[in-house]
Design a protein around this ligand. Structure first.
Ligand SMILES: [Zn+2]
Length: 494
């Protein structure tokens, strides 16, 4: 319909010498071009498109070099008021009758030509500029138009940075100067090692043993005094079960099972306290002992064992400590604990082992090449082994008393002071860097002003500081670091 008016001036192929052809009759029903479509004309008149004059062949359009963004000031005429959109039903019919030009050809029209779509001059929202799509180099899916576009220079992939881990020191000559200094230290006599103990450690160990014995004796006494009650309860339960059994044998009543279960539950709830404590203690020891092996298996299954070939420098340190203290060389493992800076020593039936978290090892080999801090941490764990803190016979005597709060934590703090002091003797190093590393993490501890920290730590007092320290397994850092700075193994317990 309206296309007919546009196409008429574009037919340049008429011969000029031919007699003028009569003007084609204009269908009277065609509305003027400038008039908007009428409401009463349904979309179903689209099949009239075949009446359009044949379109001359269009010259092939060169590939699009770049899509010019449509400038809002280039007077894109407002779009005429759009009639209510009808469901698209005749698109297929249009394509079947007349080849539809690709959209890209329409987009290549000169933007200078104002669009004659809306002669009514109704303002419309400006069309945002079209952002060119990014073209990636060597895109195998790019079309011809994109292939013709200027390609950015191909960038060579940047190789990953080379591993900055220094080569593992294999021989003594490769060891760090701090390691060589520690390895050259003389042996420690038993008297010297004992002098490093906190003066209250043995006293608190004996108190824990007494407390442990008291708990066991209390359990036995409670069991003995409640034996009569226990016998009465067993007799009642037996009578009840027999009665229920007799009742249940007559008729298979469902109440039989319910009654027996209720009797048993009542019996278990009314069990004398002594029996309950006895059962709890036996279960605690059994589970605890099994857990030791389970924990050790976990470590062995997911760790790197320190050997003469893997981390020989650390193995040399452990061997040196064991030799100077006169104890067997314990197994030592490096475990990834997701950034937790820690180490501990543990025991099995007749063996001890040390677990060192990998982050501390990285401090020695990657962050600050601080072998002193790592050597101090290992020496602290070796001190636990030397003093017997990580043995079965040491712990079995205090098995139950260490489950009580407060007492076990005070005793634990004395052990930590002892091991810190012996680690200082083993390394001839104050250990402040190792402690600050536990506080400020592996990156920042070297930035701490030690004297400023000590001055501030001396002022950290008060009831709540005292309370925090009271319920801690380890001395709070302010007290522990001050004891290390003073090379004093008798730090404040409270
Ligand atoms: Zn410790």
């Amino acid at each position: 319909m309206t296309d007919q008016g546009f196409r008429m001036p574009e037919m340049p192929d008429f011969p000029l010498n031919d007699p003028p052809a009569p003007e084609p009759p204009v269908p009277p029903a065609a509305p003027p071009v400038s008039q908007p479509p009428q409401m009463q004309q349904p979309v179903t008149q689209i099949p009239e498109i075949p009446r359009i004059q044949p379109i001359p062949p269009v010259q092939p359009i060169p590939p699009v070099q770049s899509v010019q963004p449509v400038q809002p000031d280039q007077s894109v005429q407002p779009i005429p008021p759009v009639q209510p959109v009808q469901p698209v039903q005749s698109v297929q019919s249009v394509q079947s009758d007349q080849p539809v030009q690709p959209v890209s050809q329409g987009a290549s029209a000169s933007p200078d030509t104002p669009t004659q779509i809306n002669p009514a001059g109704i303002p419309a929202t400006p069309i945002p500029p079209v952002q060119p799509r990014p073209v990636y180099p060597q895109n195998p899916y790019a079309g011809p138009a994109q292939q013709a576009m200027p390609q950015p220079p191909f960038r060579q992939p940047v190789p990953p940075p080379r591993n900055t881990v220094p080569p593992v020191p294999r021989t003594y000559d490769d060891f760090s100067p701090d390691t060589k200094r520690i390895l050259a230290l003389p042996p420690i006599t038993t008297r010297e090692a004992e002098s490093c103990r906190h003066r209250l450690e043995n006293r608190w160990y004996r108190r824990l043993i007494l407390l442990n014995v008291f708990l066991i004796m209390l359990t036995i006494a409670l069991v003995a005094t409640s034996m009569d009650d226990y016998r009465k309860q067993v007799a009642n339960l037996t009578a009840s079960v027999l009665a229920d059994a007799a009742h249940g044998s007559d008729d298979e009543d469902d109440d039989y099972e319910e009654t027996s279960r209720a009797d048993y539950e009542e019996f278990a709830e009314d069990l004398p306290l002594g029996f309950q404590m006895l059962g709890y203690g036996i279960a605690l020891m059994t589970i605890g002992y099994i857990a030791l092996y389970y924990l050790n298996a976990q470590v062995r299954a997911q760790s790197i064992k320190i050997t003469e070939n893997s981390f020989p420098e650390l193995h040399a340190l452990i061997r040196s400590y064991a030799s100077r203290l006169g104890v067997p060389i314990p197994d030592a493992y490096i475990v990834n604990e997701s950034g937790v800076l820690n180490a501990f020593s543990a025991f099995l039936y007749r063996r001890q082992y040390i677990q060192i978290n990998s982050e501390i090892v990285e401090v020695a080999y990657r962050e600050h090449k601080d072998m002193n801090a790592l050597a101090f941490v290992i020496a602290h764990e070796m001190a636990h082994i030397y003093y017997g803190h990580a043995t079965l016979h040491y712990n079995v005597w205090i098995w139950f008393s260490t489950r009580l709060p407060l007492f076990s934590q005070i005793a634990s703090r004395t052990r930590e002071y002892s091991c810190d002091r012996l680690a200082q003797r083993l390394t001839n190093y104050d250990g402040l860097g190792a402690m600050l590393m536990l506080i400020a993490d592996r990156h920042l501890y070297h930035m701490v002003d030690v004297q400023d920290y000590l001055n501030g730590a001396a002022r950290e007092t008060g009831f709540f500081i005292w309370l925090v320290n009271l319920f801690s397994d380890h001395p709070i850092m302010t007290k522990r670091i001050r004891a290390l700075a003073d090379w004093n193994g008798h730090g404040e317990l409270y």
